[in-house]
Design a protein around this ligand. Structure first.
Ligand code: OFO
Length: 171
């Protein structure tokens, strides 16, 4: 059974995962309209990943005798300044989520909820991967700068640049 404090914190996290999924979906759709097929494909996959993170939490809360709350959808931006900006946002967002997960872990320790603490270790590891992936993509973008040919190749190769750390599929 989860305590009220843990249930509340897990529900907050459900909200963050849902927000991540929606945000990445908006980015993916924007990229698709810019002809950036590879970037779009990558971000659609990221959006699905975040939805899966949300679902995992929903099921956990309900299984542990709590009640998962399904968050409302918020309006998302229609436009993004650039691909660089998009991935800067992805990194910023992932760092934010990592901090929230750490806070959640701390609450579990305070509440002596070792079961949820154990469950959350998957998220801790996932965040390390996702932050590393966002940094890797940003490093590539810095190398490209404003070079259009570079962007063409980046878009084409993004799935392989991101590699397994992007969690494309397998989780
Ligand atoms: Fe990358 O946010 Fe989920 O955990």
């Amino acid at each position: 059974m989860v305590s009220n404090k843990v249930e509340l914190a897990l529900n907050k996290q459900i909200e963050f995962e849902a927000a991540s999924s929606q945000y990445y979906l908006a980015m993916a759709s924007w990229a698709e309209t810019q002809g950036l097929t590879g970037v779009a494909e990558f971000l659609y996959a990221q959006s699905n990943e975040e939805r899966m993170h949300m679902l995992k939490l929903i099921k956990y809360v309900n299984e542990r005798g709590g009640k998962a709350l399904i968050p409302a959808l918020k309006e998302q931006p229609q436009k993004f300044k650039s691909v660089h900006f998009v991935f800067e946002e992805v990194l910023k967002h992932e760092v934010f989520v990592s901090n929230e997960i750490n806070g959640l872990v701390e609450i579990c320790l305070k509440e002596k909820d070792y079961t949820t603490h154990n469950f959350l270790q998957w998220y801790v590891a996932e965040q390390i991967e996702e932050e590393a992936m966002a940094r890797k993509v940003l490093d590539k973008l810095k190398l490209i700068g404003d070079d259009k040919g570079g962007m063409y190749l980046f878009d084409r190769d993004l799935p392989s640049i991101a590699g397994p750390a992007a969690g494309r599929g397998g989780k």
